[in-house]
Design a protein around this ligand. Structure first.
Ligand code: BG6
Length: 480
């Protein structure tokens, strides 16, 4: 991407996201040789008055260390400098600009171009003032060439109106190609694999439609509750936290038409079309749950109706998918941690083996843990008898790709922001279409018109969710 001096500014440097995700991802990129120390400088910015070394010590605790890491860690930490300032006054940003410019001038390989990446690991309420201050004081000097880019994290608003308001505010300051809205599910290996799988394999081309597929499930489970994040979580709930973004993005990649090329704009055009074909879910196809004990969190208001679990059916009204239920399911404090896509096929017509009762064909893509894809199919049971059994074709990444370390989602996405590749980021019109789907439902939940049922922590969630699945035609496979 042009090369030259690169300044990465992490705003909210002492917060959780920065420590747990952003800095470790930068460290991994550094170790893989993507951030060259003679070109790169990393600035942490926050309100707390601490020294460079204090910040480095805090970050050190979050870096995964192996035997060879010690030297890399200290080299990496040396690239980090701390700037203290507020999020609503010029002074800190003037100071930041001075530091960045100083670095740009003193960098030996400085080819005259200045690349400035601002990662907002901050609550969205401060995005507008921070973007304004970056724009006014810290953008690269255009006569030098280069770029200024902004990386933002969800939640982008709470409903259609607030999201549009936020988009307008940021949009007045920066052009769309400068804005990188992160949805970290788009950085996961098997999510990135979806396009290849669908459009580079002849197997799937003719079967990926309403004629063959009976249902699609996109499922997210976590085996822990809101733990310390109750205050944040309660204002959002599971639909805004997981379904409206992570699961819906996966749905787009499963359901979209083939883009005319791999250009980010072509891919995102297709995603928008799918989103615009999705109808808001109907009340009778939504189950909400809240785990017992959620209200004991002192940061959660008494009597909160916020769902920590939701299952819902989305309907895509287009030629490929009319009539196929897309079931999105997400829950906290469930029996296991897992994210997967489960595609169930219709019955084989004319079942001469009488084997349909054993189960239908399914194609499962497990995003985590232990990335894998497997196809459940019917085979002849080995032996003398002509009987059938369910089996599977299994591609487990851990076994097949033993010598590859699968990169963390944040690592890839940050690299993309440096390279200027927006394919795996959410475009403004995608965001709007996503909010259009969920806003009516969210408003009803906020008004208390739809209630969450309770479920036991460590369970599968409310039984009503399994019943809904059955109602839309999902057939549980036995003996698998
Ligand atoms: C975040 C949510 O976006 O994703 C969290 O805010 C959730 O509530 C997390 O725990 C899950 O991410 P992953 O990559 O662990 O599935």
């Amino acid at each position: 991407d042009g090369g030259g001096c690169l300044s990465i500014v992490v705003l909210g440097a002492s917060g959780d996201l920065a420590k747990k995700k952003t800095f470790p991802a930068l460290f991994n990129l550094f170790r893989r040789g993507f951030l060259l120390s003679h070109e790169v400088y990393i600035f942490g910015y926050a309100r707390t008055n601490i020294s460079d070394d204090d910040l480095r010590d805090r970050i050190r605790g979050y870096l995964t260390l192996d035997n060879n890491a010690a030297q890399d860690v200290s080299k990496f930490l040396q690239l980090i400098k701390y700037v203290c300032g507020s999020y609503d006054a010029p002074q800190g940003f003037q100071c930041l600009d001075k530091e960045i410019s100083h670095h740009e001038i003193s960098t030996n390989t400085f080819h005259g171009s200045s690349r400035r990446l601002f990662y907002l690991a901050l609550p969205p309420s401060v995005y507008p003032p921070v973007c304004k201050l970056i724009k006014t004081y810290c953008t690269h000097k255009s006569h030098l060439g280069g770029w200024t880019r902004i990386v933002v994290e969800k939640p982008f608003g709470k409903d259609l109106e607030s999201a549009e308001h936020l988009s307008n505010q940021i949009g007045e300051l920066f052009e769309e190609p400068q804005i990188y809205r992160i949805d970290h599910y788009l950085g996961k290996e098997l999510v990135q694999n979806l396009l290849v799988l669908r459009f580079a394999n002849r197997f799937f081309l003719p079967s990926w439609n309403r004629d063959n597929i009976s249902s699609v499930q996109i499922v997210f489970r976590e085996d822990f509750g809101t733990e310390g994040r109750g205050g944040y979580f309660d204002q959002y709930g599971i639909i805004r936290d997981i379904i409206q973004n992570h699961l819906l993005q996966v749905l787009c990649l499963v359901a979209m038409e083939k883009p005319i090329s791999l250009k980010p704009e072509h891919i995102r055009d297709e995603k928008v079309k799918v989103l615009q074909s999705v109808a808001p879910p109907k009340d009778e196809e939504v189950v909400l749950g809240q785990y017992d004990g959620y209200l004991d969190d002192p940061t959660v208001p008494d009597g909160s109706n916020t769902p920590t679990f939701a299952t819902m059916v989305l309907r895509i009204h287009n030629e490929r998918w009319e009539g196929v239920p897309f079931v999105l399911k997400a829950g906290k404090a469930l029996e296991s941690r897992k994210a997967e896509i489960r595609i169930q096929f219709k019955e084989v017509p004319g079942d001469i083996f009488q084997c349909q009762k054993q189960g239908r064909n399914e194609f499962v893509i497990r995003l985590q843990p232990s990335e894998a894809m497997y196809m459940k199919l019917t085979v002849k049971k080995p032996g003398l008898e002509m009987s059938t059994a369910q089996s599977e074709l299994d591609l487990s990444y851990g076994q097949r790709y033993q010598d590859v370390t699968i990169p963390e989602a944040y690592e890839r996405l940050i690299l993309d922001t440096i390279r200027g590749d927006q394919q795996h980021f959410v475009r403004r019109d995608e965001l709007k279409a996503a909010w259009e789907i969920f806003t009516p439902l969210l408003h009803r939940i906020d008004k208390g018109e739809l209630k969450s049922v309770s479920y036991k922590p460590g369970s599968r969630g409310p039984e009503e969710a399994d019943e809904l699945l059955k109602k839309v035609g999902y057939v549980q496979t036995h003996g698998y």
